[in-house]
Design a protein. Structure first.
Length: 97
């Protein structure tokens, strides 16, 4: 008898200050990485799905990202926040009063 299945892992990569696309507020967003791994006898063997997302802490809206977009946010947060991965400044909208 073989026991196999999947297991999901959630990694918080950073907390960034961004303007939410849903509510329009400059608020903290968590950047997360979800990895799903194939398991055999409860031992994770390899990852077959990796997804990145940001979630607004003000309204709870979640936006899916590509790996390139997540890497850009991490690089921008590290440059702006002194290498901590946080403190990415909110971008102001010139058309919004």
């Amino acid at each position: 008898m073989l026991l196999f299945g999947t297991k999901g892992y959630l990694h918080q990569l950073a907390i960034l200050t961004l303007i939410c696309g849903q509510c329009g507020n400059p608020s903290a967003h968590t950047l997360t990485k979800r990895v799903t791994k194939f398991t055999l006898f409860f031992v994770p063997l390899f990852a077959f799905s990796t997804k990145y997302a940001t979630q607004c802490t003000f309204c709870g809206a979640e936006q899916q990202l590509s790996q390139e977009q997540a890497d850009q946010l991490l690089a921008g947060g590290a440059e702006q926040g002194g290498g901590r991965g946080t403190g990415h400044p909110a971008q102001s909208d010139p058309h919004r009063q």
